[in-house]
Write a protein that binds this ligand. Structure first.
Ligand code: HEM
Length: 500
């Protein structure tokens, strides 16, 4: 055998190369075959165009074409993120009710970030903690939200009475990190500058890491992950987060020991609830705590930050809305002892409409209600969905459908406020209400559980900014798409001046 290797190196090399090519070919074939769905293909399928072509494909254009050519039908596309089967709005109610052993929601949403390599993972206990802690405690948490918003805005925005250019995104991301950090982990960590940086930069590093590993063939990724510098930045971020949570947990355990014999740990912050749901054994896995924290920051910080900044850009571009919104906030606050409460926030109906219209015009993603098929199933229109397929609903097209939203390309800040005056069921038109014609937060049992908290943060921050500042902008930032993600040029400054 040794002789063979020594005397026939070329032959051996050729066999190894041939074997590898055959293996890659077979695995690719099996993977693609597994995902075959018998519905129209829009745009280039893999194999019929170069890899570059799929990478550079205009996802927005593809989905628009699919919705136009196949109205109310299922179609499929391939883009830089992979393969999607897109279902029409008429199937949304059915998809929202699909059982959890048939489809997985969180996994499908995280798929575009290559979670295996970027170390993302959502467990059921985390989702339950968000749902229970944030929503059940929202009324009680309002004072903390207001305090952190005031503190953050005071530190970040130091503009005087002259018009001054401000790069608003980074500043507001920090304010959100302060608010969410206080509710998630408590002030012991939330005001630590390293922790704040971790919350803010982790998402950007995950995006870069996903982009970097995507460039390799799926079979090479398990090896290449160790050589991709962008993934190393994520490993380092996790190490830092782990060090921080370890220190915090040990301090908390010490406090609990001091209280021993009295009451169980009070659920002061979201992670106290997470700890109770996990149980002590799993909780003492610091690695898991760190990973979960980072995933939580990924799903919560820039989603909220992006929506907030989009709303600020619209306010700056449409200054005529600033005074009516200011007056509404003043009137509502005067009925609630001058403080924001859960009830007072629901009285901000014009602001609610303004945020909702902003998000309708520029949703954060072209798709929503993504579900990963855990087993084969068939939709009621007869479409067979094989295991491993990601299905999703076109969000941007739904939000820009003239049948649902007259004159859809025009920003009408009070569109939903005016509708609420006309119809009986006004709650249905609230920003946080989900529906198949407004699935910005998804729809059904897996709809975003953080939406009430996110909306409270956004409203408090905007009402506080409007109380203290006038806003303007020379030109509204352009909106573009990277794969299915809709992004706005957040490097464009707005102008602010302190009100006298
Ligand atoms: C404006 C801000 C936000 C937007 C636009 C947003 C949007 C979404 C969307 C579209 C989904 C998928 C829903 C579906 O597929 O049916 C989702 C899921 C989720 N979001 Fe949010 N989100 C926001 C803020 C937050 C915040 C602040 C948190 C946590 C505090 C959070 C935690 C989650 C979790 C845990 C899930 C997974 C739910 C599940 O699979 O059952 N989100 N979000």
């Amino acid at each position: 055998m040794i002789e063979l290797l020594v005397y026939h190196p070329v032959q051996f090399g050729a066999s190894a190369l041939f074997g590898s090519i055959l293996y890659i070919f077979l695995t690719t074939w099996v993977t693609n075959r597994k995902k075959r769905v018998d519905v129209p293909i829009v745009g280039p399928p893999p194999g019929q165009d170069s890899k570059k072509g799929i990478t550079n494909v205009d996802t927005k254009e593809l989905i628009r074409r699919g919705c136009k050519n196949y109205p109310d039908q299922v179609f499929q596309i391939w883009n830089r993120e992979g393969h999607y089967v897109l279902y029409p709005m008429s199937l949304a109610e059915e998809v929202k009710d699909l059982p959890d052993d048939v489809v997985n929601s969180a996994q499908a949403t995280l798929e575009i970030f290559y979670p295996k390599y970027t170390q993302l993972g959502v467990d059921e206990e985390l989702i339950t903690s968000v749902r229970r802690f944030l929503n059940q405690n929202l009324a009680k948490s309002m004072a903390a939200i207001v305090e952190e918003a005031e503190k953050g805005l005071k530190e970040e925005i130091t503009v005087g009475t002259e018009w001054t250019e401000v790069l608003i995104y980074a500043k507001l991301a920090r304010v959100i990190a302060l608010i969410s950090g206080r509710l998630f982990v408590g002030t012991e960590l939330s005001r630590d500058e390293d922790w704040i940086a971790t919350e803010i930069y982790h998402t950007l590093e995950v995006n870069r890491g996903a982009d970097a590993i995507r460039r390799y063939h799926p079979l090479l990724r398990p090896i290449m992950q160790y050589f991709v510098p962008e993934l190393r930045a994520i490993f380092n971020r996790h190490a830092l987060a782990m060090e921080k949570v370890t220190r915090l947990t040990k301090a908390k355990n010490q406090q609990d020991m001091l209280r021993k014999g009295s009451s169980p740990s009070e659920r002061r912050v979201l992670f106290d609830m997470y700890r109770d749901l996990l149980g002590e054994d799993k909780w003492s896995n610091f690695r898991r705590q760190a990973d979960t924290n980072l995933t939580l920051s990924l799903v919560s910080l820039h989603t909220t930050g992006g929506t907030l900044v989009k709303t600020i850009y619209e306010l700056a571009s449409h200054p005529e809305y600033q005074q009516p919104l200011r007056e509404e906030a003043e009137a509502v606050l005067s009925h609630h002892n001058g403080t924001f409460t859960k009830e007072s926030l629901s009285g901000l109906k014009k602001l609610d409409s303004f945020i909702k219209e902003t998000h309708r015009l520029t949703p954060g993603n072209l798709m929503t209600m993504r579900r990963l098929a855990l087993k084969d199933f068939t939709l009621s229109d007869g479409t067979h969905i094989p295991k491993g397929t990601v299905i999703a609903m076109p969000l941007y097209e739904t939000c820009h459908d003239p049948e649902l939203y007259p004159d859809p390309e025009t920003f009408d800040g009070f569109r939903f406020y005016n509708l609420r005056q006309e119809v009986d069921n006004t709650n249905r038109l609230q920003y946080t209400s989900t529906a198949s014609d407004y699935p910005i937060f998804g729809h059904g049992k897996h709809a975003c559980p953080g939406r009430f908290f996110a909306t409270a943060e956004i409203k408090v921050i905007i009402a506080t900014i409007l109380r203290d500042y006038d806003l303007a902008i020379d030109e509204k930032p352009k909106v573009m798409c990277v794969g299915s993600v809709v992004v706005q040029d957040q490097t464009r400054p707005i102008k602010m001046r302190r009100r006298t």
